[in-house]
Design a protein around this ligand. Sequence first.
Ligand SMILES: [Zn+2]
Length: 400
Amino acid sequence: MMLVSAPWVLPICSSPIRDGAVLVEGARIARVGTLADLSAAHPTAERRHFDGCTILPGLVNAHTHLAMTSLQGVAGPGDFATWISRIPAAWGALSASEIRESIERGMRMSLASGVTVVGDISYGPDSPATGSQLGIGGVFFEEVLGIPAEELPARLREMCFPAPHADPRIRQGLTPHAPYTAGPGLIAAAHSAAASARAPFAIHVAESAAESELLASGTGPLAAVAARVAVGFEAPGTSAVRYLDALGALDGALAIHCVKVDAADAALLAAKTRGVVVCPRSNAYLGNGAPPVELLLEHGVTLGLGTDSLASNADLDLFEEARALAHIAPTLTAEMIIAIMTLGGAKALGVEDDFGTLEPGTQADLAIFGVVGEDPHVALLAEASTQTLRALLAAGEWRT
Ligand SMILES: [Zn+2]
């Protein structure tokens, strides 16, 4: 048993604890309380105290593509349709070993910023395997693209989907990418395959004005891409969110981006999805504007926060992303933003039983920042970053 303590402990599921401590037993959290109480009750536990620090649950980067870490700077910033047209060639030029290096580098960058949980878009078994080795848990959504819908069930059986991962921290799901790259048959088939396997499902939706135009009228800068790869796509004359709802693909889904949404879309997202993950710096990089965070929250949407891939961001630091979120949603308090980057992301991914809080029984993932303040949430939002991360515990093991 190990007792980890600091001037502030933020369990997220309950009030901040001054002079707090977390008792870790194996890979899980056993108790959370004041250092005085826990050290009296467990006098023989190994101790580790962090002066001048605040302890948080491992952060949840609810949307990223860690395999694309090495694609930083290959396209953009600027126009979304031009950017998306350049990614396949840059990705196709990577060798299998370059992709493995890219995944590992992205995971080490994530851990260095306090992230132990991801909603990652993956391309084969290397991402979950590397996550398991390095202590990254969460959901790995295998991207299914360019597969005729009728072949999907057989292809998934070949992939043994969802092969239960040996690591209890890892779940595997499916994603057909987006309405402009996957036809309606593939989206519906992927959703029903995930649902029948009780596996998580994610989809990028309502990311750009170009996507809205394509869905509304079949025209615009994404029309050529859709004609080439989204087999069977016909403009539904409605929003991307309402289109996916008509396909049955919002039920229990993780909806990624949701920048171009109106009040009716927000109500549907709240009613049908597990949650929405917003990626404000990626949206800004690609000239897509900002997600209507307050509108989504007003309608009761569960929100997570993601960096997206390094192909559309400056870094994978979730607190840098949180500062961008604070900028676009000034009515959110620091406490609300820290809840979004922990428990909110875990709920949006459907992994809140294991991650996102310091509740007894959850995974022993602790992000410890060399930041303190009278209001620890405000201090963290101002100063927490890769530079101020002091230590990181994942599955009960020290990783940094
Ligand atoms: Zn993405």
